[in-house]
Design a protein around this ligand. Structure first.
Ligand code: FES
Length: 160
């Protein structure tokens, strides 16, 4: 089978301990996948393969869970993550225009990562600062009352 040709990944001691702790518990797959994403920022294929062996769960089931929950990522995130709020207030104040403009400027779609690995772009739900709509965050730093003209400056700030 093709699986045996793929390399065995070395998991960290902390991750292994977590897997062993959760191995026999109900709902363990989701908990373990959360922990994997916390460590890697996404679910790498070789880690998914190792989990499949360790938990004795078919790889297809792991990918079924990963693709069902939007929270999980299959692609390595960029160095910086731009999260554009698409909650109601931000949407009404032009959040979608910000996304469209960023897609053009970065050359990637939502949930994509730029070729140079610098930026990931994502759309998120209300960030809890609707008074500043439209809002985006870069690595958690909030930028509010934005116009698309401000976007090149924000991108440039993180491009070094
Ligand atoms: S809707 Fe965007 S911060 Fe609430």
């Amino acid at each position: 089978m093709f699986e045996t040709k793929e390399k065995e990944v070395q998991l960290s001691a902390e991750l292994l301990a977590f897997i062993n702790e959760w191995k026999a518990r109900p709902g363990n797959l989701i908990m373990i996948l959360h922990r994997v994403q916390e460590e890697y920022g996404y679910i790498p294929r070789d880690v998914a393969l190792s989990l499949s062996r360790m938990l004795d769960v078919p790889l297809a089931k792991i990918y079924g869970v990963v693709t069902f929950y939007h929270f999980f990522r299959l692609v390595k995130p960029g160095k910086h993550t731009i999260s554009v709020c698409m909650g109601t207030a931000c949407y009404l104040k032009g959040g979608e225009d910000l996304i469209k403009e960023l897609e053009v400027q970065l050359g990637v779609g939502v949930n994509g990562t730029t070729e140079d690995g610098q930026f990931s772009l994502q759309a998120v739900r209300c960030l809890g600062c609707c008074g500043l709509a439209p809002v985006l965050t870069v690595d958690g730093e909030v930028y509010g009352r934005l116009t698309k003209e401000q976007l090149p400056d924000i991108i440039a700030r993180y491009s070094k």
